[in-house]
Ligand binder design. Structure first.
Ligand SMILES: *Cc1c(COP(=O)(O)O)cnc(C)c1O
Length: 847
């Protein structure tokens, strides 16, 4: 096998992506040197790799600035309907390479840095991930921003600028340890603070009835300071804005102490207010009812809504209504999308602004609010649904609690009108849950306060209507929609897999970058042996490059000719990493039992973070590592089977791993994974999927045909039937000798000789308390894995399937998803206008 090309070498030889203009290259070199000198205050003798990274980042950012100003100017002039995407998470990853690609200066930068004798890949690796997300939900928000900019929509992302993003994961003696993610330590070259748009946010206090309405008084104030980051569209000179709020103490914070003479204490206490934006809560699909988290949610909503209304009032459209401001036109000019219920306080906050501050009548305000807001549901797992205690809301947000009661009052009137006397239904549909301490069901609030409610894959949207929100669907069926998730092909193919991008573009051109459906054209090459070879070679190179990274960074040696079997995602019982682990142990036992039998070599890689407080998820990580220790050090096993735990899985690691995968593990219990987006990334990068009929897997199978995917296990209906009849794990355990052996080994300490009881609780879960029916799917999973190995041995067949996968992945572009949101929810269409290049006319200043 030859040494793989570096991405840099590959970039240099690419013709389809255009040759760098000499003038551009010289300009970039000049700007780069200027930044090294004036911004970083370094010369080439003392500059570090980090200095070079910052010099390049500033150079690239310079190319964005006039596009950014011009785009915002264009929005002011044309005054289109604005889309506001509210999310507590934006899992952006790195910006440098993505920006160079979207702005079309990648080859010029490559050439410039090459001429300066610098290794651009080494510089790129200095950038910290913007890890302001946990997993799929946060990464979806990031993909949506890329698509909205590429589609020319006047869109804004709004969230929190966490000082600490998702923790860094270290695996020590097989266990997860968390380290704080101090991502801003060296500064963030992409953001611009905007102190002039700082906004006061109120907490606590009490409500008074006055002749002019309700007044929220004696509050504690915290300021929201905005930081803007550019969101460049691909090749259209559009640059949208991601605005993230940071908490800032007011000057007079805790002045009481100051007056008491404790000046030092008064200064130290300023941190209390600023703690609001300190850290991302590291839970994926889990509700932890912490007061600070509630403050984060309100802080983001309140700051964002003030900003939205300020911009609406300052718009040309707004200015035309010169006498009294006409808020009834708000839904014509503004769409607010709520990414799960995390930003659902936007609903009562908008009501508070319209009723208490703008003095609109309640029903007028309510019509405006519902017509403006829309809610995306991301999970059906009960432990993930937000239910805030009314006591906590009453204390922190007393006026909002009143407003929620008022919303509930009118809502329950509607329910009673439709179902007179149906008290049970009224109890079920109330925004306030009474059993076990009064709580506000934030999903119910979101549905009632929105004109559209969507699930994120077809099967998930059906479950919502039939099950989770059945009563609400019966009340307002017209609100319920599906918007199947997608991923941006810019980051998840063009950027992370330049080799495959080239092979594709050489056959069908570059249209696919903005019209992913075009990949359909590859179908005709599925059996073309020269195309198969090209695809195979790229996969080999990507596998070799990953193997080198694993050896360099983790000191593990893998066989690049083996099948790369990969499951990377947050560790959660419903995602069933344990089922994968049962397969690993089964393969190990088979090798030990019959060492000379034919075996398809596999490298099984599992990666992902567990929430720090999630005991079972952490135990699963430990089990995988301990099993890996036994398997990897058994001389009988040799090169046939390796188990690798991929430490610190995050966006940047995903970009390196996914292009090297042969097999993608998407094995959640049917009905539990709302959509998944990891599944789509693997499909687009030429991995085959072993998966259940869950989330978007269902639609993936439909697009490519069942013959091109390894579907196994229970359907949602079968899971429900099992639930009804009662699940008895022991039946499966007793019936299947291979399974029995595996469970016994976990139970009796085979993988933890130093502590035989180490994994007893895992065995207990599997046999007694398993909510996700692992043993019920075990046999079908193992059988399908055997099929995978068999097909892998037939490479032409495998490659034909791979090409069918790539060719069928067009639907899963987030461009498609966003066009649907625009059409069915926001009332916004793509704008395919290419804005002028910065040099084409004089820069305009924004008012
Ligand atoms: C895409 C992505 C996810 C979501 O993966 P799923 O398999 O859909 O859960 C999580 N984390 C990162 C870093 C991702 O890029």
């Amino acid at each position: 096998m030859t040494t793989p090309q570096t991405d840099f070498e590959r970039r240099k030889q690419i013709s389809v992506r255009g040759i760098a203009e000499v003038a551009d290259v010289n300009e970039i070199k000049k700007t780069f040197n200027r930044h090294l000198h004036y911004t970083l205050v370094k010369d080439r003798n003392v500059a570090t790799v980090r200095d070079y990274y910052f010099a390049l980042a500033h150079t690239v950012k310079d190319h964005l600035v006039s596009r950014w100003i011009r785009t915002q100017q264009y929005y002011y002039e044309t005054d289109p309907k604005r889309v506001y995407y509210l999310s507590l998470e934006f899992y952006m990853g790195r910006s440098l390479t993505n920006t160079m690609i979207n702005v079309g200066i990648q080859s010029a930068c490559d050439e410039a840095l090459y001429q300066l004798g610098l290794n651009i890949e080494e510089l790129e690796d200095v950038e910290e991930d913007a890890g302001l997300g946990n997993g799929g939900l946060g990464r979806l928000a990031a993909c949506f921003l890329d698509s909205m900019a590429t589609l020319g929509m006047a869109a804004y992302g709004y969230g929190i600028r966490y000082e600490y993003g998702i923790f860094a994961q270290k695996i020590i003696n097989g266990e997860q340890q968390e380290e704080p993610d101090d991502w801003l330590r060296f500064g963030n070259p992409w953001e611009k603070d905007r102190p002039e748009y700082m906004i006061p946010i109120n907490f606590y206090g009490h409500v008074e009835d006055t002749p002019t309405g309700k007044k929220w008084l004696n509050t504690q104030v915290v300021f929201a300071l905005p930081y803007d980051s550019p969101v460049p569209g691909y090749g259209n000179n559009v640059v949208n804005t991601l605005r993230l709020w940071s908490a800032k103490s007011p000057i007079d914070f805790n002045l009481k102490f100051f007056n008491d003479g404790d000046y030092i204490q008064a200064v130290l206490d300023r941190n209390l207010a600023e703690n609001i934006s300190r850290v991302l809560y590291p839970n994926d699909n889990f509700f932890e009812g912490k007061e600070l988290r509630l403050k984060q949610e309100y802080f983001m909503c309140a700051a964002t809504l003030q900003d939205i209304i300020r911009r609406f009032k300052a718009s040309k459209f707004g200015c035309r209504e010169n006498i009294r401001f006409n808020f009834e036109l708000l839904p014509e000019k503004v769409a607010i999308q709520l990414n799960d219920t995390h930003p659902s306080l936007a609903i009562p906050e908008l009501m508070r602004i319209l009723v208490d501050i703008e003095h609109l009548p309640w029903d007028v305000a309510w019509k405006i609010t519902v017509a403006t807001c829309a809610y995306t549901n991301h999970t059906v797992l009960p432990e993930a649904l937000e239910r805030w205690p009314t006591t906590m809301l009453e204390s922190i947000l007393p006026r909002h609690m009143q407003i929620i009661y008022q919303i509930n009052h009118f809502h329950l009137e509607d329910v009673l009108k439709k179902w007179p006397g149906d008290m049970d239904r009224m109890r079920r549909m109330s925004l306030i849950e009474e059993d076990g301490g009064k709580r506000v069901n934030m999903a119910h609030l979101s549905i009632v306060g929105s004109h559209a409610v969507n699930g994120v894959a077809r099967i998930h949207s059906e479950i919502i209507k039939k099950d989770l929100f059945k009563d609400f669907y019966e009340l307002t069926p017209e609100k319920f929609q599906n918007k199947t998730n997608g991923i941006t092909p810019r980051r998840w193919l063009l950027m992370c897999n330049p080799g495959l991008s080239d092979v594709i573009s050489n056959r069908i051109g570059e249209e696919w970058i903005v019209h992913l459906d075009q990949l359909r054209q590859l179908k005709k090459f599925a059996k073309d042996s020269s195309f198969q070879t090209e695809v195979m070679k790229v996969k080999q190179e990507n596998k070799l490059r990953l193997a080198e990274l694993l050896e360099k960074d983790y000191g593990v040696k893998v066989n690049p000719a083996s099948l790369f079997d990969i499951q990377v995602k947050r560790i959660h019982e419903y995602k069933r990493q344990l089922l994968n682990c049962l397969h690993i142990i089964t393969l190990y036992n088979r090798i030990k039992k019959n060492p000379s039998a034919k075996f398809t070599p596999r490298t099984i890689m599992i990666g992902g973070k567990a929430a720090p407080g999630y005991y079972t998820a952490k135990k699963i990580i430990k089990l995988i590592n301990f099993v890996g220790n036994v398997v990897n050090n058994d001389p009988i096993v040799g090169d046939k089977l390796k188990v690798i735990y991929l430490e610190n899985y995050r966006v940047t690691l995903a970009e390196k791993i996914i292009p090297a995968a042969d097999l993608s593990e998407q094995i959640s219990t049917a009905g539990t994974e709302a959509s998944g987006t990891g599944n789509m990334k693997f499909m687009l990068n030429g991995a085959l999927t072993i998966g259940t009929l869950d989330g978007a897997n269902v639609e993936m199978a439909e697009e490519m045909g069942n013959e091109n995917i390894f579907i196994f296990g229970m359907t949602v209906d079968e899971v429900e039937a099992l639930q009804r009849t009662g699940y008895n794990a022991y039946e499966y355990y007793e019936k299947n000798p291979e399974l029995k052996q595996v469970i016994d080994q976990i139970q009796n300490g085979f993988f933890s000789p130093g502590n035989p009881d180490e994994f007893k609780d895992i065995a207990d879960i599997l046999l007694k308390y398993d909510r996700f029916y692992l043993l019920a799917d075990y046999e079908a999973y193992i059988a399908m894995q055997d099929k995978v190995s068999q097909v892998y041995e037939n490479q032409p067949k495998w490659l034909q399937m791979v090409i069918h996968n790539i060719a069928s992945s067009g639907k899963f572009s987030s461009d498609r998803t966003i066009i649907e949101y625009g059409k069915d929810i926001w009332g916004v269409e793509p704008n395919y206008t290419k804005l002028p290049e910065p040099h084409e006319s004089r820069d305009l200043q924004l008012g």
